[in-house]
Ligand binder design. Structure first.
Ligand code: 5GP
Length: 184
């Protein structure tokens, strides 16, 4: 896919590598939740592609629901302010939840979501993220299932966007913006 004018893309994790890893994550989740049923909580919008693939690699009974959290808009750095824009429709009390996220950066978003779900008396709350940028962590979040650790670079594709563009890329790509030393 072509980048927009003034931007360029470089593959960081290929679609083939993503596919294999997602299958392995689905197998691990299926093993760990054998004999139980599961509610996958997708964090909109970035996780929708990952969740769609992941769910097809899981072979225990599974329901899905979504939450939307305030995003960065057209910026590439977290404001640190987390706000629920869309809450779950499902009851979570006494259910086993796996929160499905696209990427963990500062950890502020997942930390907030996890505390909210624990407070609603879920039976368990695990976290599954495709990508992790550990160098920018501000709060400690335990990642139960992780696809790939990546360096501190802004990435798009496989559901992740910049300014609502590039979600449809099959690979996870670095985004370069020309004439800007660092993305802010
Ligand atoms: P955190 O609260 O961990 O700082 O931010 C997590 C959220 O920030 C992710 O769900 C995602 O929406 C956004 N984010 C963090 N790093 C990136 C990145 O490299 N690319 C994109 N597209 N979004 C990112």
């Amino acid at each position: 896919m072509q980048a927009r004018p003034g931007e360029s893309l470089e593959v960081l994790v290929s679609a083939t590598a993503v596919e294999a890893r997602v299958r392995a994550l689905g197998a691990a989740i299926s093993r760990d939740y054998q004999g139980r049923s599961l509610l996958l909580v997708g964090i909109l919008r970035g996780s929708f592609v990952f969740l769609a693939d992941l769910i097809r690699s899981i072979d225990v009974p599974v329901a899905i629901d979504f939450m939307a959290i305030s995003s960065y808009g057209a910026s590439t750095r977290s404001s640190g302010v987390v706000r629920i824009l869309k809450d779950l429709d499902e009851e979570v009390q006494d259910r086993h939840l796996v929160v499905v996220e696209d990427i963990v950066d500062t950890g502020l978003t997942l930390n907030y979501i996890k505390s909210q779900l624990v407070a609603r008396d879920a039976a368990s709350v695990a976290i599954c993220t495709l990508l992790d940028k550990p160098s920018r962590r501000q709060v400690d979040v335990h990642l139960d299932y992780l696809g790939f650790q990546i360096p501190d670079e802004f990435v798009v594709g496989y559901g992740l966007d910049f300014d609502e563009c590039y979600r449809n890329l099959p690979d996870v790509c670095r985004l370069h913006i020309h004439g800007r030393k660092e993305l802010e």
